[in-house]
Design a protein around this ligand. Structure first.
Ligand SMILES: Cc1cc2nc3c(=O)[nH]c(=O)nc-3n(C[C@H](O)[C@H](O)[C@H](O)COP(=O)(O)OP(=O)(O)OC[C@H]3O[C@@H](n4cnc5c(N)ncnc54)[C@H](O)[C@@H]3O)c2cc1C
Length: 350
């Protein structure tokens, strides 16, 4: 997303721009996303949710997202909902196909299946694909983000942000196709007794609302796997517009391992989460959507070196830029939008 946004903004400012795209289609993970571009209601709430993120970058996102959403609409990106469905956040939901098409139209020159060689502005989507492979995790994202932007910037003297081992992702019942990345995500750890593959509880307390912390903890378990055990009450609980029972149906539909809890290979520990039998167990594995750490940038999306000085002529945005969501979770689409625009504006000032 960030590369298309930056090119569209550069065109609007009267400059030329070429987007080099490694994949055989435009849009990267944005095209696969739910299209909800959002922010926390206030900087304080943002910082409380992402406590190790850079406050100066978080402020830019909070201050600039709303006009940037209007700009997207002016480009013709179709809004499908004007709320996020989450009381903690504000934003808009776009149709991902329409959003991608609008940005490609505005960017004009997008060269598919052409990895970049030299760049003024890096927007290669972080290194989620490499992280998933290296750590034996599933991938829930477009397959091309291998960290090429980071490698290029490091060779030019760039520094890295905090949180290089953090990622945003979901627990999935299996490696599913990209058409069901959203639907098959098992987002009910808060209603389940969560066990590792030996039957031990490994997550202390309640997961956060996004469950990103639970997914990252799952990634650290043997086989990066966990069992979610639920009772009949849990099955009736709502998860956004669906129920936990619906999510189990999705897991079944993609060939997940769902079984009566008595068929687990270990005895079930007693838990207040398991009151109304029969109990069902679903095996999940951690899946990476995008990395949280990345290149260190300033508020103008300039890539910084270890001394905090800009690397001449180099900007980064989207998941290539780290340090915004460290310690938590925020909207990757919002960061790509806001810092993609900023990067173009700053590059043209240089
Ligand atoms: C299933 C799913 C649901 C999601 N839902 C949401 C949501 O509702 N809200 C939200 O905020 N976020 C959501 N996200 C996350 C969001 O899609 C990402 O945060 C966002 O797309 C990141 O933008 P980006 O520009 O950094 O990466 P991308 O959009 O992935 O774009 C990076 C591009 O760089 C290309 N590239 C990689 N290497 C090279 C190279 N060497 N040369 C040239 N091009 C290269 C890639 O092919 C890709 O097209 C979701 C993601 C997924 C997968």
């Amino acid at each position: 997303m960030a590369g298309l946004v930056a090119a569209a903004r550069a065109r609007e400012l009267g400059a030329g721009a070429v987007v080099y795209e490694k994949g055989d289609r435009a849009g990267g993970s944005m095209l696969l996303s739910s299209g909800v571009v959002w922010r926390h209601r206030s900087l304080a709430e943002f910082h409380a949710d992402c406590p190790r993120g850079e406050p100066a970058l978080q402020r830019v996102l909070v201050d600039e997202l709303d006009p940037a959403l209007d700009w997207l609409e002016e480009l013709g990106a179709p809004v499908t909902e004007r709320t996020t469905g989450n009381e903690r956040t504000v934003g808009r939901r776009f149709d991902p196909r329409g959003l991608t098409d609008a940005l490609v139209r505005a960017a004009r020159d997008v060269r598919l299946a052409t990895p970049f060689r030299d760049a003024q502005l890096l927007a290669t989507g972080g290194f989620g694909a490499r992280l998933a492979r290296d750590r034996g995790l599933l991938l829930r994202a477009a397959p091309w983000s291998e960290g090429d932007g980071l490698a290029y910037a490091l060779a030019r003297g760039a520094d890295l942000s905090a949180g290089m081992d953090e990622f945003y992702g979901r627990n999935l019942p299996a490696q599913v196709g990209e058409d069901v990345f959203v639907r098959a995500s098992q987002l009910y750890g808060t209603h389940a007794l969560v066990l590792d593959t030996e039957g031990r509880e490994f997550f202390p307390g309640e997961p956060s609302w996004s469950e990103t912390d639970l997914v990252q903890a799952t990634a650290r378990q043997p086989d990066a796997a966990a069992w979610y055990v639920v009772d009949q009450r849990a099955l009736r609980r709502p998860v956004r517009e669906r129920t936990v029972a619906d999510l189990l149906d999705e897991a079944r539909a993609v060939g997940g391992d769902i079984r009566p809890a008595e068929e687990l290979p270990f005895p079930l520990p007693a838990s207040p989460k398991l009151r109304e039998p029969p109990f069902l167990a679903v095996q999940v594995r951690a899946a990476v959507t995008h990395t949280i750490g990345g290149l260190r940038i300033d508020e103008r999306a300039r890539v910084l070196d270890a001394a905090g000085e800009p690397v001449a002529g180099l900007h980064a945005a989207g998941a290539d830029a780290g340090g915004i969501f460290t310690g938590g979770y925020g909207s990757g689409l919002a960061a790509a939008l806001v810092f993609g625009r900023r990067a173009a504006e700053s590059a043209l000032r240089c």
